[in-house]
Design a binder for this molecule. Structure first.
Ligand code: ZN
Length: 134
């Protein structure tokens, strides 16, 4: 794992939270992007080498809507940057960890992603994140 690529934060009102994080970080988000497969709209802020990803549900079936219903707003996942995401998925699977995605899928911000099941990792939802091959 190379670094913490980003922290994902589940929010109810993206515009209101963008204002809070703009005030906090002193900089506006650099992009907004909808990820239809995850039923979320995301907003990204740069923080040094890492990022903050705000996530708002686009429907009741969104994993973010379910998360907020159960736990309220707050930190949703931690994403680690990896070089070879398929190799990392296989490495963790061989070690006995349960992956939500056993193949990388397209995530926001031009990344390939895979989530590890939180039951495997102290209830922390872990995302592996790699640059898409050009
Ligand atoms: Zn993420």
């Amino acid at each position: 794992m190379n670094k913490i690529e980003h922290l994902g934060i589940a929010v109810k009102d993206l515009a209101a939270s963008e204002q809070i994080f703009t005030d906090l970080l002193g900089e506006a988000p650099y992009k907004r992007e909808e990820v239809e497969s995850e039923k979320v709209i995301t907003s990204f802020f740069s923080v040094g080498e890492s990022k903050i990803e705000l996530l708002q549900a686009t429907g009741d079936e969104s994993p973010i809507a379910k998360f907020i219903e159960k736990k309220g707003e707050g930190i949703h996942h931690i994403a680690f940057a990896v070089d070879d995401i398929q190799a990392e998925i296989e490495r963790l699977t061989e070690l006995g960890y349960s992956m939500i995605h056993d193949k990388p899928k397209e995530g926001a911000d031009g990344k390939l992603i895979a989530f590890m099941h939180p039951k495997s990792s102290n209830r922390v939802l872990v995302e592996l994140c790699a640059d898409k091959p050009v």
